[in-house]
Design a protein around this ligand. Structure first.
Ligand code: MN
Length: 205
């Protein structure tokens, strides 16, 4: 039996993140944008159905094993599926908590302070030209890194594990913020579910 990739359900209502992220943006972003990545991923893999049963993270880690004729489609749509599936988990109504102690200690050791980390992450998000994502990851040496990627490129393709990600495609913020990406980035910090980020850190460290 073929197990197609599926659009995960949101664990909160479309309007739960207002005013930071408006309901219409959440509905279009989840149902239409993420939905399209899932559909296009499934379509691309029709010629290589052996990938259907694999976790998307594994497909991306081994992206070079995907046949060249569909590799770009899998990179874009598989990356989009993985990135958004994580993103929805990272957002929580009313957020504004801080990392658990082990992660906080590592953040302070790596970036100097929690504030220095959020500044670096925000700068990565603000300076990504065009569409992409900002990330906090664990790299291959289990060290924390902050950087951004273009389009739907995933840290998994570099064998890194994403812990925190911010979508800076215009579709993520345009209805409320138009060209004011820095305001969207600032609002994002009030939504971060640090419990999820801290758990990801603990289970991958
Ligand atoms: Mn998006």
């Amino acid at each position: 039996m073929t197990t197609l990739f599926e659009l995960p359900k949101l664990k909160f209502a479309f309007d739960a993140l207002e005013p930071a992220i408006d309901a219409r943006t959440m509905e279009i972003h989840h149902d239409k944008h993420h939905g399209a990545y899932v559909n296009n991923l499934n379509k691309a893999l029709e010629s290589a159905p052996e990938f259907y049963g694999q976790p998307i993270e594994q497909v991306l880690r081994d992206i070079n094993k995907v046949p060249e004729s569909i590799r770009t489609a899998v990179r874009n749509n598989g990356g989009g599926h993985a990135n958004h599936s994580l993103f929805w988990e990272l957002l929580v109504p009313g957020g504004a908590k801080t990392p658990a102690s082990a992660l906080l200690t590592d953040i302070e050791k790596t970036f100097g302070s929690y504030d220095a980390f959020t500044e670096k992450f925000s700068a990565a998000a603000a300076s990504r030209f065009g569409s992409g994502w900002a990330w906090l990851v664990l790299d291959g040496d289990k060290k924390l890194q902050v950087y951004s990627t273009a389009n739907q490129d995933s840290p998994y393709m570099d064998r890194h594990t994403p812990l925190l990600g911010l979508d800076v495609w215009e579709h993520a913020y345009y209805l409320t913020y138009q060209n004011r990406r820095p305001d969207y980035i600032k609002a994002f910090w009030s939504l971060v579910n640090w419990d999820v980020v801290s758990d990801l850190y603990k289970s991958n460290r």
